[in-house]
Design a protein around this ligand. Sequence first.
Ligand SMILES: CC(C)(CO)[C@@H](O)C(=O)NCCC(=O)N/C=C\S
Length: 204
Amino acid sequence: MEPKATCPAAACLVERKFHVLVGVTGSVAALKLPLLVSKLLDIPGLEVAVVTTERAKHFYNPQDIPVSLYSDADEWEMWKCRTDPVLHIDLRRWADLLLVAPLDANTLGKVASGICDNLLTCVIRAWDCSKPLLFCPAMNTAMWEHPVTAQQVNQLKAFGYVEIPCVTKKLVCGDKGLGAMAEVGTIVDKVKEVLFQHIGFQQS
Ligand SMILES: CC(C)(CO)[C@@H](O)C(=O)NCCC(=O)N/C=C\S
């Protein structure tokens, strides 16, 4: 995952790219994934990879995702015996920032309670909390308004994860209300903000 330096000295001279791992889950807002990845790639110095849940695959075409796209099967393809790499650990090491967009109601619940039954939730479960984790909730308004949602969003914030709040829209099912994923521009601006903070730390 890391660029191979030709020699140790060169390693410190190579300004490696800032690694953004995008997690995508089974909200209809996952149809925005190609646009989100495209806008992130417009930021100089970023390298992007995607981890998808199985349900998210219903909402985008993998041919529209021009970066590495990992799913549950990849973990099991890679690991056959004890000396093989563990994909969710490789990914948590590779990533400097994790952006879960959209975070659907199901995965919100899993993350809030530590369930890790797929590649994405395993990456999150193993996440190094010294690195930024940003999440973009997206779900039907009725789901958003259920009292468990606020409890679980607050639990993720208590972990130190950063919420990019959902917005009010006429949703695809016809309901009008909160639950729409934040606009892609808002999400990308937040990533830039965190990135510049991070670089600021590096340069200080
Ligand atoms: C899809 C998009 C981005 C179009 O603007 C917007 O409606 C949205 O974020 N919806 C997510 C909410 C959701 O998952 N609804 C599921 C049932 S209503």
